[in-house]
Design a protein around this ligand. Structure first.
Ligand SMILES: [Zn+2]
Length: 185
């Protein structure tokens, strides 16, 4: 970690800046009760050009990175969910993903979960190089339908207990722990 911060001194400062805006040092700053949240996003992947069959602007994917037991907070879910929903209409947007990894070694033994789908290191690197993810992004419609009303099911988050799903028609919410469903065709 020390090496990482040393190579990326901006990371350290971003953290400090975020905490300043969150009012850790100045009590006068507004907080969640005032309708004010500050989040940072970990990773943006963009593919562009002929190698990917794309134009010069290409496509992009937004990612939040967590350790295996790292919490995707309600504040992050609300804010990133809002962004993901706004971007659904863009053909360039490949989705919002929560990447969980088992350890910091990032070698062949590390396992990855991408919005709840379990991947090996090689599988993860394949996913990183695929501008059209097979795994549904946050708030994207899945191939499954609601058992109550047959409405569209969207993923609104994932925790270490499973995927959090919502039916966009009847509002039914549930958590499932087997991520077997795919993207909507
Ligand atoms: Zn429903």
């Amino acid at each position: 970690m020390t090496t990482y911060v040393f190579r990326n001194p901006d990371l350290y400062q971003l953290d400090e800046l975020r905490e300043l805006i969150r009012g850790r040092k100045h009590q006068s700053m507004p907080g969640r009760g005032d309708g004010f949240v500050v989040e940072d996003l970990d990773l943006v992947i963009r593919w562009y050009g002929r190698k990917w069959g794309l134009d010069g602007k290409g496509r992009y994917r937004l990612c939040e990175v967590k350790h295996a037991n790292g919490e995707f907070t309600r504040g992050q879910s609300n804010t990133f969910g809002l962004i993901a929903q706004d971007l659904q209409s863009s053909k360039r947007f490949d989705g919002f993903y929560i990447i969980r990894h088992s350890d910091g070694a990032h070698d062949q033994d590390t396992t990855y979960e991408v919005n709840g789908a379990r991947l090996t290191c090689d599988g993860f690197l394949d996913w990183v190089q695929n501008p059209h993810s097979d795994i549904p992004g946050l708030w994207e419609p899945t191939a499954d339908n609601c058992s109550k009303c047959r409405g569209t099911i969207r993923v609104i988050g994932c925790t270490n207990v499973g995927w959090q799903l919502i039916c966009t028609e009847c509002g039914d919410r549930r958590t499932v722990n087997d991520a077997t469903f795919g993207k909507s065709p």
